[in-house]
Design a protein around this ligand. Sequence first.
Ligand code: PA5
Length: 445
Amino acid sequence: MLKLNLEKAFGFISKASVAAHEGPAIIAREALENGTGKGNDFLGWLHLPSSITTEFLADIQATSHTLRQNCDVVIVAGIGGSYLGARAVIEALSNSFAWLQEKKTTPTIIYAGHNISEDYLYELTEYLKDKRFGVINISKSGTTTETALAFRLLKKQCEQQRGKETARKVIVAITDKEKGAARVTADNEGYKSYVIPDNVGGRYSVLTPVGLLPIAVAGFDITKLIEGAAAMEKQCSDAVPFEDNLAAQYAAVRNELYKRGKKIEILVNFSPKLHYVSEWWKQLYGESEGKENKGIFPAAVDFSTDLHSMGQWIQEGERSIFETVVSIENVDHELRVPSDEANLDGLNYLAGKRIDEVNKMAELGTRIAHVDGGVPNIHVSIERLDEYNLGELLYFFEVACGISGYLLGVNPFDQPGVEAYKKNMFALLNKPSYEEASKEIQARL
Ligand code: PA5
């Protein structure tokens, strides 16, 4: 079970000041439950873990089987909430060198539709030229330009390389039930498709087909992922008192730190496999809380790597930060430091030790150093990196985000600010119906 340790935050804020959030946190948690808070038409994610049926999971498995049978490479086309959850889980569970292995039992998963880099897309289409590839096209709105552009290229290439009939079998759409170009295309072409429920926003959609299908295609156990999330759903329910409710505690502590001037939260890992969990978390918290000129800025670092780049700033820079360390209690493999007769590198004092023990001491030493340097520390630990524990972790962060957004007084389920760049981009590209905006923006150049 996921553990939350707040002791190293309490040197900076008092237990009493956190306890003072109990009332608002209970109200926030109840507002999620009863649908009485802001953004209450986007609460479909709250009981997803306990409501997903085995039939539904079996259908996802069947589709993943078709893709696995017919593809060596599967492109997940999506941006933001439409790919980060899948990528977080897949990269956390995959062998770090899977993409280099020659004999593969599962398709290689590649991501597209999250940038508009001509070089990226050119190199991708080149790479795919001799590959049996399929595409999972994911867009809730069905109109996101980045994703639509990549999908247009990939669809054409897939049809040319594999023929229309096979393309129809290896292209899957995950989108709105009726609106948007992705839906129109899926229905016209007869693709297998899944619906993203109206009441689940992109960044809360990892436990819908948006996350589940790519994760299943990559060969991971989506039933266990849901089981872990369902366990956390119970653990963070409105029936669990504030002092035992992990999500409410995390939300309260980070809001108290924010009130005390800690404007930046850095999510820390000591395993490169967690890099995309941090990317997913950044989107979840950044889009949910950063509005109305408020909100903690969510940042992330990969340690030890970034101890030798960002470590200096964290240790001695402006004291406006706190850290949340996501720690893995048990690693999957055993590797010990070999002893060396010459000991030229002076490492014999570590001989016989597990590499993970060295890593754990780096983690503990870093936490103590950063606390000494004035950086409050929250510690979240999971037993191991597997589907069950990731399910717990992702769901924990989701509920905590809902509570935290309400404590901050914002709507954690919308993202109105994302539209501003789109409007300008469309105006600059002379998109039909943007004629007025085009004139206005041209006059500003
Ligand atoms: O959380 C969100 O809703 C957003 O980040 C979306 O996931 C992102 O903008 C992609 O949108 P769409 O799925 O409509 O292409």
